[in-house]
Ligand binder design. Structure first.
Ligand code: NAD
Length: 454
C-alpha cells in the first residue's frame, strides 16, 4: 500500500498490507494474550499507559511530522492533536481505577450484592484518519486499561501514525499479544468483521458504520459507532461583538480544513445581524493562508485525498445551480496537492446538498433566519445528531433552542470542541454508544452482578 503526501502527491513510503491469513494469526495471538493482561491489577495496566503518555510527549516532533506528512494537517495542528490526546489519556489515567473497581451496593443482611466490571475480551478499533490520535485514544486507551486486547485498524490515510502508536505502546510495556495493528484499506477492516471478536468500536462515515453494524449484528456483541455530522450553528441578534463571533465560527468551520466530525457545517444568522456577520466572516475567510502544511504561517493545508476536492466542488456546483451565491473561494489551487480555498455561500436553502450532506471541508452555507423558531426548525432538519451551537448574550434564550435539538452535544458561545470529562456521542446517523467521560471507561467492560450469601 502506498502512503501519499496530500500536500505534494508524492509517495512517502510503501508498506506491506495485512492478509486474511496474517489477520487470523494476529487474532489467535490476541486471544491467547488477553487473559493474562486482564489478570494484572488495573494499576499495572495504568502504569503502562502512563509510559505511553510520556512517550507521546518525548517523541512529539517525529509524531507530528509523520501526522502532517500523511494527513496534510498544518504542523501546529498536529502538535495540538498530540497535546489533546495526552489530555484525554490523563483523564483516563486519573479516573479509570475508580470506575473499574468493584462496587458493593448491598453490604448488610442475608444477601450481599456487588458489581464487578470485567473486560469484553478482544475488541476491534476501526478508526478514522482525520484525528487518528484523538479518536484512537478514545477507544484503545480505556479498552486496554479495562483489560481488553485491541485489534487496531488505523485508516489507510493514517497508517504510519497507527504504526507509531503500536511501537510506542509496546515500548510502554503493553504486550505484543494485547495490541496489534492491522494495515490495509477497507478490506483489512472487513476481515475483522468476519472474526469472532467481543466488541466493535468504529469511527468513520455513516455509510461504513451502518454497514459494519449490520454485518456484526448477529454476533450480539457491543458495537459502537462514532460517525459524521452536519452540525448547525445559530447566531442570535443579541450577540455583542459580531467580528469576534465570526472569528470563532470561521475557526469552527475551517480547523483541520473542516475535516472534523463536529466541524460547523451550516450557519444560520438572525436577520438584523446577518449582513454584518456575512461581511465579517467573508473578510476573515479571504485572509486565511492556504498552503504548505509545514509552513508555520499556513492555516489551511490540503484535503486528505483527491476525491474529496471533486466532492466539495460538486456540492458548491449543486448549490450555485440551485440559486446560491458564492461570495468567496471554492476553487482548487493551481499547484500539486489537494488544495481548495475556503468557500462562503449565501442564498442557500435545504434543497441544496451543501446544507444537508456532510461536507467535511472548509466550505459553508450561511442562511438568514427570522427568529428562534425558524432557526430551531432548520437546525433540527437533518438526519445527523452530533453537535449544535448557539451564539447569544442570553443563556436562557440559547438553552430554549438547544433543548429542542436531538444531538449528543450542544454548545453555548463555543463550537467544535470535545472534552474528556463529557460523554462524546452522536444520535441518529451520527452514531450509537459513547466514548469519553466515566461512561467511556465503562463502555469497554461488562458488569457482572454478584449475589453473595455469607
Ligand atoms: P471511512 O468510513 O471511510 O473509514 C473509516 C475506517 O473504516 C477506515 O479505517 C477504513 O479503512 C475502514 N473501512 C472502510 N470500509 C470498511 C469495511 N467494509 N469494513 C470494515 N472497515 C472498513 O471514514 P473516514 O473517511 O476515515 O473518516 C471520515 C468520517 O469519520 C467522517 O464522516 C467524520 O465525520 C467521521 N468521524 C466521526 C467522529 C466522531 O467522533 N463522531 C470522529 C472522527 C471522524
Amino acid at each position: 500500500m502506498q502512503i501519499v503526501n496530500p500536500a505534494t502527491e508524492e509517495i512517502i513510503q510503501a508498506i506491506a498490507e495485512d492478509t486474511a491469513d496474517s489477520v487470523q494469526k494476529k487474532f489467535t495471538m490476541l486471544r491467547a494474550g488477553q487473559p493474562a493482561w486482564a489478570a494484572l491489577p488495573v494499576e499495572e495496566r495504568i502504569s503502562c499507559i502512563n509510559r505511553f503518555y510520556e512517550l507521546l510527549d518525548k517523541e512529539k516532533d517525529t509524531l507530528a511530522a509523520t501526522l502532517t506528512s500523511e494527513t496534510g494537517k498544518p504542523l501546529q495542528q498536529s502538535y495540538n492533536e498530540l497535546n489533546g490526546a495526552r489530555n484525554r489519556i490523563r483523564y483516563f489515567l486519573d479516573h479509570s481505577a475508580r470506575y473499574l473497581s468493584e462496587e458493593w451496593v448491598v453490604t448488610e443482611g442475608a444477601t450481599r450484592e456487588k458489581i464487578v466490571y470485567e473486560p469484553l475480551g478482544v475488541i476491534a478499533n476501526i478508526s478514522a484518519w482525520n484525528y487518528p490520535y484523538l479518536v484512537g485514544v478514545n477507544v484503545f486507551i480505556p479498552a486496554l486499561i479495562g483489560g481488553n486486547a485491541v485489534f487496531y485498524k488505523p485508516s489507510e490515510y493514517a497508517t504510519l501514525t497507527g504504526l507509531h502508536i503500536q511501537r510506542l505502546l509496546f515500548q510502554s510495556g503493553v504486550p505484543e499479544n494485547c495490541f496489534q495493528v492491522v494495515t490495509g484499506k477497507g478490506m483489512a477492516g472487513e476481515w475483522l468483521l468476519d472474526l469472532p471478536l467481543d466488541g466493535y468500536f468504529f469511527t468513520g462515515s455513516y455509510r461504513t458504520g451502518r454497514y459494519i453494524a449490520e454485518k456484526v449484528a448477529s454476533k450480539l456483541v457491543p458495537c459502537q459507532l462514532e460517525l459524521g455530522g452536519k452540525d448547525p450553528l445559530y447566531v442570535m441578534d443579541d450577540v455583542e461583538d459580531i467580528d469576534k463571533v465570526a472569528t470563532a465560527v470561521l475557526e469552527g468551520v475551517v480547523y483541520n480544513n473542516g475535516q472534523s466530525c463536529c466541524a460547523v457545517e451550516r450557519i444560520y444568522v438572525q436577520e438584523s445581524v446577518y449582513d454584518d456577520f456575512v461581511r465579517s466572516y467573508t473578510e476573515q475567510a479571504k485572509k486565511m493562508v492556504v498552503g504548505d502544511p509545514l509552513d508555520p504561517a499556513t492555516e489551511i493545508g490540503p484535503l486528505s485525498r483527491e476525491a474529496q476536492v471533486a466532492f466539495l466542488l460538486g456540492q458548491i456546483g449543486d448549490a450555485v445551480e440551485k440559486g446560491a451565491k458564492l461570495l468567496y473561494g471554492g476553487k482548487r489551487l493551481d499547484r500539486n496537492g489537494y488544495f481548495i480555498e475556503p468557500a462562503v455561500l449565501v442564498d442557500v436553502h435545504h434543497g441544496m446538498k451543501l446544507m444537508t450532506e456532510e461536507s467535511f471541508g472548509p466550505v459553508v452555507g450561511i442562511q438568514k433566519v427570522k427568529d428562534d423558531v425558524e432557526a430551531a426548525a432548520l437546525m433540527a432538519d437533518t438526519e445527523y445528531g452530533l453537535t449544535a451551537a448557539v451564539y447569544s448574550k442570553s443563556y436562557e434564550r440559547a438553552e430554549r433552542v438547544l433543548k429542542q435539538l436531538n444531538t449528543g452535544t450542544v454548545y453555548w458561545n463555543c463550537c467544535d470542541r470535545v472534552s474528556a470529562g463529557l460523554p462524546w456521542s452522536g444520535r441518529k446517523h451520527s452514531g450509537l454508544g459513547m466514548t469519553l467521560s466515566y461512561q467511556g471507561i465503562r463502555a469497554f467492560v461488562q458488569p457482572k452482578a454478584y449475589h453473595v450469601r455469607p
